[in-house]
Design a protein around this ligand. Structure first.
Ligand SMILES: Nc1nc2c(ncn2[C@@H]2O[C@H](COP(=O)(O)OP(=O)(O)OP(=O)(O)O)[C@@H](O)[C@H]2O)c(=O)[nH]1
Length: 598
C-alpha cells in the first residue's frame, strides 16, 4: 500500500498538437511502465478515430511507478484529458480528480486559445501547475519568449519552466522529478466512510461498464456494494484495478488512488461523470458541482437507404450505451422519412458519432443542418425548447425567441486580426475585449451559438491560414429577432432544409441558399422553382431549367461499354439522392446548401 505522501495525481493540459500525448508516452516509457516492444505511439489514444485524427476524445488514465532521485518509490497517476472545446465538461471533471497539472506549451508556437481555456480550468480546480516548454529540439523553438508569454498572458511564474523535447526525451527526467517535488500529495482519510469521485466511464463488451474512480476517503474493495449518489443505484463490485495502461486487477483502492471498478453495469447512462460513489447504506455529502453534460447541438440523422432504418437504430442504441452525453429520439421528416434527432456536445462530437455510424456500421447517412436549442416563449407565458426548426410553432402563438450565446476567445497573429474581426462581426458578434501579447492579439467576442455551430471554425481557419486558435463557453440565452426560413423545391417544402435565421439576414441567407441549391440539384425533365420563404412570404427564388435526362444521348450510338459505364454511374449517383415529390436532391445538398460564404 502506498502512503498518501508518495502518491501524485496529475493531468496534462495543452493546446491541441502541442505534444500532450507524446509527453505522456515518454513518461510511460521512461519509467518502464510499458516494455519498449509494446510501446506504440500515443499509447493513451484508444479509439481508431482518435488515432486517425490525432485527437484525444475520452479521458484516459495510467498509473506509473517511479523511483525518484531521493531513492523513494512514488506512484504517479496521470489522467489524460481531452483537448477539444466540445469536451470542456469532461476536462473540468477530470481536473477535480487530481491535484496538479503539467502545462505543456509548444515552444515554437506559444500560448493558444485552448492552452488558456484548459489552464484556467486547472487554476479553478486549485492545481499546482508545472509549466513545460515542449519541442525544444526544433530550430524555431523560442523558450524565453514563450516563458515570458506564459507569465504575461496566464499570469503564472514560468521562470522554472522545464525545457523538454517529448520527441527525443530531453527533460523527461526533470519532469518526473518536478511531479514528485512540486505537485502536492493528495489528502484523504483511510478510516472514513467511502467517498469516491466518478471520473469517467465507458462500455467494454466483455466487462460491461468500466468506471474510473478517484478515492477521496475510505477504501474500496472487491465484493463491496456501492451506491451512486445521484440516482441511488446500488451495484456489487466484481473487479477493481488500475491501468498501467493495460488493466491490472488489484484488491482494493485507498485514499488518493485512482483506478477502476466493474460491477456488471449495463449502461454508461447509469454512471454519470462527476457523481459521488459510496458504500450502500452509507450517506456522504456529495461532491460539489455535479451536473450531467447537456447536448447543445442537434441535428437529424437519416439513412440514405430507408430500408436501413432498423440498422441505424441499432447503431445509435449501441453508441449511446457508451456515451452518456449523446442523446437521441426518433424523428420523421416528410422529406427524409424515418430517422433520429440527435443531440451532441458540439460539432466535433457530432462528426465523430456520424463517422462511427458510417464506418463501423456501414450505414450511409444524411445529416441535416445542425441547430442549437432555442427557447420559444409563447403568448400564454409558457416556454418550449426548440430542437428542430421544423417544429417551430405558428408565429401567431409565439411571443418571442431566445437563442444561446457564447463567449469566444480567439488568439491570432496581428496580420489577420482585421479578417477575424470582420468574420465575428458578420456573425452578429459583439466585441468584449481586445488585447495584445507580443505580435498576437487576443479577441473576446460574444457570439450567437447558431452562427458558430456550422462552419465558423472552418472559416476562421481559412481566413487566418490556420494561425488562429479558438475556444468558447456557453454564457446563456438572449432574445433576438429570429425567424424560421423554409425552403420549397418544386413548390414542396423540404423540412430538412428549414432553419432559424436572424430576420435582418434572412434575405441574404435565403438568396445564397437558393443559388447554391440551384447548383447542387441536377436538372430534371421539367422546370423546378427553388424558393426560400418566411411564413407565407417568398424572400428568394431561382429556377432550374429543364433538360433531357438521357445521359447516354451524347454517345451517338457507338460504344456499348461506354454507354453501360455512364448508366452505372448514373445509378450510383442516384443512390445518394432523395426524392422530394418529383425531384431528386443529392445528399450533399443538405450540408452544402447551408454553408455560408462569409
Ligand atoms: N519535434 C517535436 N515534435 C513533437 C514533440 N512533441 C510532440 N511532437 C509532435 O507534435 C505533434 C502533436 O503531438 P501530440 O502528442 O499528438 O499532441 P497532443 O497535444 O497530444 O494533441 P491532441 O492529442 O490532439 O490534443 C505530433 O506530430 C508529435 O510527433 C517534440 O518534443 N518535438
Amino acid at each position: 500500500m502506498t502512503p498518501l505522501s508518495h502518491i501524485r495525481n496529475f493531468s496534462i493540459v495543452a493546446h491541441i498538437d502541442h505534444g500532450k500525448s507524446t509527453l505522456a508516452d515518454r513518461l510511460i516509457q521512461s519509467t518502464n511502465t510499458v516494455a519498449d516492444r509494446d510501446m506504440k505511439a500515443q499509447m493513451l489514444d484508444a479509439m481508431d478515430i482518435e488515432r486517425e485524427r490525432g485527437i484525444t476524445i475520452k479521458a484516459n488514465t495510467v498509473r506509473i511507478d517511479y523511483v525518484a532521485d531521493n531513492g523513494e518509490a512514488y506512484v504517479l497517476n496521470l489522467i489524460d484529458t481531452p483537448g477539444h472545446v466540445d469536451f470542456a465538461y469532461e476536462v473540468s471533471r477530470s481536473m477535480r480528480a487530481v491535484e496538479g497539472s503539467l502545462l505543456v506549451v509548444d515552444s515554437t508556437q506559444g500560448v493558444e486559445a485552448q492552452t488558456l481555456a484548459n489552464v484556467y480550468q486547472a487554476i479553478d480546480a486549485d492545481h499546482e501547475i508545472v509549466p513545460i516548454l515542449n519541442k525544444i529540439d526544433l530550430p524555431a523553438a523560442d523558450c524565453d519568449r514563450v516563458a515570458e508569454q506564459i507569465e504575461d498572458v496566464i499570469g503564472i511564474d514560468a521562470s522554472g519552466a522545464i525545457r523538454v523535447s517529448a520527441k527525443t526525451g530531453i527533460g523527461i527526467h526533470e519532469t518526473l522529478e518536478a511531479i514528485v517535488h512540486h505537485l502536492p500529495a493528495p489528502k484523504g482519510e483511510e478510516n472514513a466512510d467511502l467517498k469516491a469521485m466518478l471520473v469517467d466511464s465507458w462500455y467494454d463488451s466483455y466487462l460491461g461498464v468500466i468506471v474510473l474512480v478517484r478515492i477521496i476517503d475510505g477504501r474500496l474493495k472487491k465484493g463491496d456494494r456501492v451506491k451512486f449518489v445521484s440516482n441511488g443505484t446500488v451495484h456489487h463490485v466484481d473487479r477493481i484495478g488500475v491501468f498501467r495502461p493495460q488493466m491490472q486487477v488489484i484488491d482494493s483502492l485507498g485514499p488518493g488512488e485512482i483506478g477502476f471498478l466493474t460491477a456488471s453495469i449495463k449502461q454508461v447512462r447509469d454512471t454519470r461523470v462527476g457523481d459521488t460513489v459510496t458504500h450502500d447504506k452509507k450517506t456522504v455529502t456529495p461532491l460539489p458541482g455535479f451536473k450531467p453534460a447537456q447536448p447543445v447541438v442537434f441535428c437529424g440523422l437519416f439513412p440514405v437507404d430507408s430500408s436501413e432504418f432498423e440498422d441505424l437504430r441499432d447503431a445509435i442504441d449501441k453508441l449511446a450505451l457508451n456515451d452518456a452525453s449523446f442523446s437521441f429520439e426518433m424523428e420523421t421528416s416528410a422529406a427524409l422519412g424515418f430517422g433520429f434527432r440527435c443531440g451532441f456536445l458540439g460539432l466535433l462530437h457530432l462528426e465523430v458519432i456520424r463517422d462511427r455510424i458510417e464506418r463501423e456500421y456501414d450505414i450511409e447517412l444524411i445529416t441535416t443542418a445542425p441547430s442549437v436549442v432555442y427557447h420559444v416563449y409563447m403568448r400564454d407565458g409558457s416556454m418550449q425548447e426548440l430542437h428542430n426548426p421544423a417544429d417551430m410553432p405558428d408565429l401567431s402563438v409565439v411571443d418571442h425567441l431566445e437563442e444561446p450565446r457564447i463567449k469566444a476567445t480567439i488568439l491570432v497573429p496581428d496580420d489577420y486580426l482585421g479578417d477575424v474581426l470582420k468574420l465575428c462581426q458578420d456573425r452578429r458578434g459583439v466585441q468584449l475585449d481586445l488585447t495584445y501579447a507580443g505580435s498576437r492579439a487576443m479577441v473576446v467576442y460574444n457570439l450567437p451559438l447558431n452562427e458558430v455551430v456550422f462552419d465558423f471554425y472552418d472559416r476562421l481557419k481559412s481566413v487566418t491560414k490556420g494561425y488562429a486558435s479558438f475556444d468558447y463557453q456557453l454564457t446563456g440565452y438572449q432574445t433576438d429577432n429570429l425567424v424560421k426560413m423554409s425552403v420549397l423545391v418544386n413548390d414542396e417544402p423540404v423540412d430538412a432544409l428549414s432553419m432559424m435565421v436572424h430576420r435582418d439576414r434572412a434575405e441574404t441567407r435565403g438568396r445564397a441558399m437558393v443559388e447554391k441549391l440551384k447548383d447542387l440539384i441536377p436538372r430534371h425533365m421539367f422546370k423546378i422553382p427553388i424558393q426560400a420563404a418566411i411564413g407565407g412570404k417568398v424572400i428568394a427564388r431561382e429556377t432550374l431549367s429543364a433538360m433531357r435526362k438521357d445521359v447516354t444521348a451524347k454517345c451517338y450510338g457507338g460504344d456499348a461499354t461506354r454507354k453501360r459505364k455512364l448508366l452505372d454511374k448514373q445509378k450510383a449517383g442516384k443512390k445518394k439522392m432523395r426524392q422530394f415529390g418529383k425531384v431528386d436532391i443529392p445528399q450533399e445538398a443538405f450540408i452544402s446548401a447551408l454553408k455560408m460564404d462569409s
